[in-house]
Design a binder for this molecule. Structure first.
Ligand code: UD1
Ligand code: UDP
Length: 373
């Protein structure tokens, strides 16, 4: 039987986390697949730490990272570099994951070479082209070029059907973020960073904060951080941990707003292993991240989503996540309620997992076999 050659393309931290289970699933099936990996390295440090944890060695590394580069620069460099890789590998199928600029560039480069495209985490929609920006556009544009849509949930499938995509090309697979999560949670986990081991997760209410979205940079991010700061000022049993995204614009706002706050810990981005284990130990998650919104519900952690809208309504419908927006007073009130109202907290702190059975990568592999072999 002829083997199928699959080129897996990714470039940022979340894509690496969510592609890792697929890399493993395809590499474990050598009978059917030849698997090649190309990273654009849109992210560098934040990508490399995930590659290390999942022991992934890319066959091609475009190394496009440059601090502060524009969306146009990321896209142009990625497409140009990917052209050479696609010409050399001659894949039967290219896989991209999510909604970053690497994803759109990967899909476009494959399309220009008339290579079939599989889009992992297809069909997420916020309904607003400018929020999240530019991700909503990236995933819609990628959808147009895609041959096989791997939708994580029924909701994402419905979004694709509404846009006229052919049902026979859509596969509900679950989200591979849940597959990845299974591998890493360890009840006896100890952090390498002793500052984190010194925090009493039993006696303190630890808020895990993450924020990085482009459309939040500026006033919305000031509002988010100010609300968290007020909650930390008024509740002395609260500790805030913010592994700051490496974007200098984000870090400037965080350092300014949280200046001199003793119970707010601004730390470097954590590796995936300590980060997810920190999530299991914390009390509450406040985030604008996509991936974190998916992970926290299955760990039974209430999530306040600090964004104007979300493309991940499943956690909200399941009752573990709440859309808190980007207004300071509203966010503060939501945090304060979850800190001081045990009943409200208990209602949200249920472990539910609307994002699949943790075998999404296997479902994707089998779907590929069913349509390509
Ligand atoms: C990108 C994705 C976003 C995703 C996010 C995950 C796009 C347009 N955006 O946003 O969808 O949610 O990654 O984190 O594709 N930086 C470093 N080192 C790194 C990574 C980033 O220093 O390893 C700094 C650089 O200054 C860089 C800036 O962060 O210019 C922004 O990086 P960029 O890839 O442009 O966008 P993100 O905001 O990270
Ligand atoms: N993450 C991590 N270290 C951190 C913050 C997040 O490893 O300090 C992981 C997190 O568990 C999730 C992914 O990175 O798997 C989410 O990435 P991010 O929030 O940067 O991007 P998004 O999901 O919003 O695109």
């Amino acid at each position: 039987m002829n083997k199928m050659k699959v080129l897996i393309i990714f470039g940022t931290r979340p894509e690496a986390v969510k592609m890792a289970p697929i890399v493993k699933a395809l590499k474990n099936d050598e009978e059917h697949f030849v698997t090649k990996i190309c990273v654009t390295a849109q992210h560098r440090d934040m990508l490399d730490q995930v590659l290390r944890i999942f022991d992934i060695e890319p066959d091609y590394d475009l190394n496009i990272f440059q601090s502060g580069q524009t969306l146009t620069q990321i896209t142009c460099k990625s497409i140009t570099g990917l052209e050479d890789v696609i010409e050399e590998v001659k894949p039967d199928l290219v896989l991209v994951q999510g909604d970053t600029s690497t994803v759109f560039s990967g899909a476009l480069a494959a399309f220009y070479h008339q290579v079939k495209i599989g889009h992992v985490e297809a069909g997420l929609r916020s309904g607003n082209l400018y929020s999240p920006y530019p991700e909503e556009a990236n995933r819609r544009l990628t959808g147009v070029l895609t041959d096989f849509h791997f939708a994580p949930t029924e909701t994402s499938r419905s979004n694709l059907l509404r846009e006229g995509y052919d049902d026979s090309k859509i596969f509900i697979t679950g989200n591979t973020s849940i597959d990845a999560l299974k591998w890493v949670i360890d009840e006896n986990y100890r952090f390498e960073d002793e500052r984190l081991n010194r925090i009493s997760f039993e006696n303190k209410k630890v808020i895990l904060l993450t924020a990085h979205r482009r459309e939040n940079i500026g006033e919305p991010m000031e509002n988010i951080f100010s609300a968290v700061k007020e909650a930390a000022e008024k509740n002395k049993d609260v500790e805030v941990i913010y592994p700051m995204h490496l974007n200098p614009k984000v870090r400037e706002i965080a350092r300014r707003v949280f200046k001199d706050m003793e119970n707010v810990h601004l730390i470097e981005p954590l590796d995936y292993l300590p980060f997810t284990n920190l999530m299991t130990k914390c009390y509450l998650v406040v985030t604008d991240s996509g991936g974190v919104q998916e992970e926290a519900p299955s760990l039974g952690k209430p999530v306040l989503v600090v964004r104007a809208e979300t493309e991940r309504p499943e956690g909200i419908e399941a009752g573990t996540a709440k859309l808190a927006g980007t207004e300071k007073d509203v966010i503060y009130k939501e945090i304060d309620t979850l800190i001081n109202d045990e009943e409200e907290y208990r209602k949200m702190a249920n472990a539910v997992n609307p994002y699949g059975d943790g075998k999404a990568a296997e479902h994707i592999r089998e779907a590929i076999k069913s349509v390509m072999l």
